[in-house]
Design a protein around this ligand. Sequence first.
Ligand SMILES: Cc1ncc(COP(=O)(O)O)c(C=O)c1O
Length: 371
Amino acid sequence: MILETLPSRLLLGPGPSNAPDAVLEAMRRPLVGHLDPHFLALLDRLKEGLRTLFGTTNAMTLPLSATGSAGMEACLVNLLEAGDPVVVGVNGVFGGRMAEVARRAGARVTTVEADWGRPLDASQMDDVISRVRPRVVAFVHAETSTGVCQPVEEIASAARAAGAMVVLDCVTSLAGRPVELDAWGIDAAYSGSQKCLSCSPGLSPVSVSDRAIEHVRERRTPVQSWFLDLGLLAGYYAGAQRVYHHTAPISAIYGLAAGVDRVLEEGLEPRFERHRQASSRLVQGLEALGFEPLVEAAHRLPMLTSVRLPERVERLGEAVVRGRLLEDFGIEVGAGLGPLAGEIWRIGLMGENARPEVVDRLLEALHAVLD
Ligand SMILES: Cc1ncc(COP(=O)(O)O)c(C=O)c1O
């Protein structure tokens, strides 16, 4: 069978990361129906765990049955109607994707750009928000295309002061560094199961505030996406009477439930510290090999390190070196995207992989390829 030929890889790219046995074993458990009381109880517990991770009491917190991009789309298409003004911060691929999703929803999009590798400028965002008076302000917490960690609070409070709702992309940050939706005043946020949660790709944890749900109820037009309509999704995920909306991906939810349990057993602060320590060990080791961090230390993500390449790598060909890491050592690292393609690598130490022994395995392999 073709499945038996699949290799085992150490996944140190921008995601997915490796899933631990506890998650993979959970996914092998027998299927039950998606309206089975035992499954609904598991779902309720998972929702509670996700609230803790997101730092929120939002009732509407759920594992959406699709990847992070669907979480993005769900947050934006529910909060926006055709003609609504929206401000989107763009300093990488995923801010750009948010702007495109909002445009396709018919919104009038104003982008605030920053160089790739730099955070958005809060005062520039504030100026544009004051001028545009948007319905929604959207930006990315952890920009996986560059490795930048965006400070959230100043932009979120400028948005709220202007009466806007705030949408935050937490795909790469959740469970790897603090996310505090309620303290920050975020109305809608989404993540992905495959990054710092170390689960299989395919689910998007989403959390939406009561205030935002109220806005959804007051829409003049129906949400353009039937599948992502939060009002309809609530019937299955949040109602007292759980009714069929779509068939929930049972095995993936088992896996995510096991993954969230592991995060909570470890504790959020120790987990964040583990990510910080692993990333500083990685940066030190890479600098010794001549790689240079793209992002200044104050704005660097712990779970995704982007580095400019040393001459030795450029001489061999960056794709050739990545190919050797993959084929000879079973290690995947990520290439640059967009304007940074060929210029940087993106190395993920996400969830289970944020460990010193993992860093050392990569550094040893790099030495072997480059020496
Ligand atoms: C910051 C960010 N947002 C959104 C996405 C889209 O998620 P997915 O690929 O799961 O659809 C990703 C995926 O890498 C991401 O890193």
